[in-house]
Design a protein around this ligand. Structure first.
Ligand code: PMP
Length: 343
């Protein structure tokens, strides 16, 4: 099997880091206080296996009927692992769109299961084939907003996909706080709609590792049987609980990052890039010169890290995470310099 290769994580401080869609801003001060308080608590004791305080805070923040609709995990990658472990086995398959989050394929491989990639149509539209049921199909995964494109499939269309499938549909909403719509309402309507979220992006807690699932209580109860007993630690649970209580901070930071994204997209377009309209904290862009790898390397030599991505049989391009305005200015300047030199 092919391992999943995460983005480069150099030691802090050396690079302007725009390669793994983290939040350029530190987490809310209440989160830092909660971490300090938890660190002076009884760390000789195991954590709450179900992260009850977090589930309550998440249910309240998201307007869910109750905490039993939430399952906490060590990053949303762990939630995805639990889902694939729970639903997909040997001789069965999962489906994902292409290009999207390649980790899903690795999770299928670990299970000895197969995977089916359904290519996006022109303009990142989801084809009808994505909602077709198949005998061996056990799980369908859709990142929404998608990575690397930042595009969204409207929730109305997702509802149709879920209704036409015979198996659960996971809507991976890692980037949804940067978008205008989400699929939480669909969860109550259809027990086969499962939504995953993360605190790594909009909440600025990638280093903490915390994600969660929103699903109907009977689904959460079944999946809880196959998670590790203590999958979230005491300090992370305290931090994540405080983060869910920081909705004003979230709204402020999301607005700032979305504004920076719009400006970055406009400037890249002026330099001749084709920039896909994004609903996430990154943009996907391609340049008519096709010199994507060379741009990535030029920036890296200037201590600016962006993501060069190559998708076999589809093409390559650059994914640039939203940073602070200063970081984006530095990035844009070096891209302009590269283009000037290569003329
Ligand atoms: N889903 C998508 C689409 C992602 O891009 C990422 C980030 N790599 C994740 C899930 C995982 O996020 P985390 O494990 O940090 O919660």
């Amino acid at each position: 099997m092919k391992p999943y290769a995460p983005g480069e994580q150099p030691p802090p401080g050396k690079f302007i880091k725009l390669n793994t869609n983290e939040n350029p801003y530190p987490p809310p001060p209440e989160v830092v206080s909660a971490i300090t308080a938890a660190a002076s608590g009884p760390l000789n004791r195991y954590p709450d296996p179900m992260a009850t305080s977090f589930r309550r805070a998440a249910a309240e923040a998201l307007g869910l009927p109750g905490p039993e609709w939430v399952l906490a995990g060590n990053g949303s990658d762990e939630i995805l692992t639990i889902l694939v472990r729970g639903f997909v086995g040997e001789g069965q398959s999962l489906r994902l769109p292409y290009p999207s989050y390649i980790l899903y394929r690795t999770l299928a491989d670990i299970q000895g299961a197969s995977w089916e990639q359904v290519p996006f149509e022109e303009g990142w539209q989801l084809p009808a084939a994505f909602g077709q049921s198949r005998d061996d199909l056990r799980l369908v995964l859709l990142p929404n907003p998608n990575s690397p494109s930042g595009t969204i499939v409207p929730s109305q269309q997702i509802k149709q996909v879920a209704d036409s499938l015979d198996c659960p549909l996971v809507v991976d909403e890692a980037y949804v706080d940067f978008a205008d719509e989400n699929c939480l309402d669909l969860v109550a309507e259809n027990e086969n709609v499962l939504v995953t979220r993360t605190l790594s992006k909009s909440y600025g807690l990638a280093g903490m590792r915390f994600g969660f699932l929103v699903a109907q209580p009977q689904v959460v109860a079944e999946l809880a049987k196959i998670k590790d007993s203590y999958n979230c630690d005491t300090i992370s649970i305290a931090a994540a609980t405080a983060a869910m209580h920081s909705q004003d901070w979230l709204a402020e930071k999301v607005a700032a990052m979305n504004q920076t994204r719009q400006r970055m997209a406009g400037e890249l377009a002026k330099m001749g890039f084709d920039v896909v309209p994004s609903h996430a904290n990154f943009v996907w862009c391609t340049h008519p010169t096709g010199q994507h790898k060379a741009i990535y390397e030029y920036l890296k030599a200037s201590q600016i890290l962006i993501r060069y991505m190559e998708f076999p049989e589809w093409g390559d391009g650059l994914r640039i995470s939203v940073g602070t305005d200063e970081q984006i200015d530095a990035c844009l300047l070096m891209i302009q310099r590269f283009l000037d030199q290569s003329e």
